[in-house]
Design a protein around this ligand. Structure first.
Ligand SMILES: [Zn+2]
Length: 315
């Protein structure tokens, strides 16, 4: 972490300021040390360059393993594509100018695929994650001057309300025990006039019915076993591409059909392992935006992708 993170980090419990006690420092990076709250005295460790406000990753442990196993797969800078950049734009509608000099929250940063884009476009990005995925993100982008990574819970973030110009959460809130509540916490971190964009799984169509049943088993299996099982999607790709048969198989047992085999393996693992996987419809998410004081709500393709501008308070 950088000293500059103290301008936005506060105690998640009492929202008071934190004092930094650096033990090991490499250049601008405080690698080991702790943060202590001036008000309540709580101490939070800084380990491997990251301030840690949670001791365990609880319901989301699959993501900690996932992003350390598949650390670089979705990074545009590693795979030579613009896929993460395009996904970010498809979800937020924000253009390059929107990021420059802005303070941006990535709620559920994973291995940092979107935070990397925001940083490249000149935003100062704060990526939080409940899990050890932050360690993967740190290896990928953590030492960049305009990137901050924090291990924290969306439901108890170490920031003041209204601290961010922009916030986004792409493919994350549906993996929490209470997506609507999680949405409210991220929304509250956005300042008046600031933007918030989300991507959530959609409840439309029959495509998830079978996988919902399969997930009743796969979410209980050991993650290493699931890593091996998900690898079957690598060769199955050719069979799933056969017209007719492929469509039926995809309904019965959906796998990722991403042309990059590593990405396919990752996405299939990502579908079948998380404990929570909620799905939504546009009207419901629209109401969340409204209830949290957002207007100018826009709906994008490939549900559910929406954004809004905060112009009021939570109802
Ligand atoms: Zn405190």
């Amino acid at each position: 972490m950088k000293q500059t993170a103290l301008k936005f980090l506060v105690c998640p419990t009492c929202k008071d300021e934190l004092d930094l006690h650096a033990r090991v420092q490499h250049g601008a990076e405080i690698v080991e040390g702790s943060l202590s709250c001036r008000e309540c005295g709580a101490r939070y460790p800084v380990l491997r360059g990251i301030p840690r406000f949670v001791g365990r990753d609880a319901y989301a442990s699959s993501f900690g393993r996932q992003w350390n196993w598949f650390r670089t797969v979705q990074l545009d800078s590693f795979n030579g594509t613009h896929e993460s950049e395009q996904t970010l734009e498809a979800t937020t509608g924000w253009q390059d100018d929107d990021y420059s000099g802005r303070f941006v929250l990535d709620a559920g940063v994973g291995a940092g695929r979107f935070a990397a884009i925001v940083a490249k476009k000149g935003g100062e990005v704060i990526g939080i994650d409940l899990t050890t995925a932050v360690d993967a993100a740190y290896l990928n982008i953590g030492r960049q001057e305009n990137v901050h990574l924090v291990q924290a819970d969306i439901f108890a973030m170490p920031f003041r309300g209204g601290a961010f110009d922009l916030a986004y959460s792409i493919g994350v809130l549906h993996h929490t025990p209470d997506p609507r509540g999680a949405f409210g916490h991220v929304a509250a971190a956005v300042k008046q006039g600031g933007g918030f964009a989300v991507y959530l799984y959609a409840a439309y169509g029959p495509s998830h019915s079978c996988s919902d049943l399969i997930r009743k088993i796969t979410t209980r299996l050991p993650l290493r076993m699931m890593l091996a099982i998900a690898a079957i999607s690598i060769p199955l790709y050719s069979l799933y591409r056969v017209p007719g048969i492929g469509k039926v198989l995809q309904l019965l047992c959906p796998i990722s059909l991403h042309p990059n085999w590593r990405w396919r393996w990752l996405d299939t693992f990502d579908w079948y392992t998380p404990r929570y996987q909620w799905k939504f419809r546009y009207p419901e998410v629209f109401r969340w935006f409204r209830a949290n004081g957002f207007t100018d709500i826009e709906v994008f393709d490939d549900p559910i992708r929406m954004r809004g501008v905060r112009t009021g308070e939570r109802a």
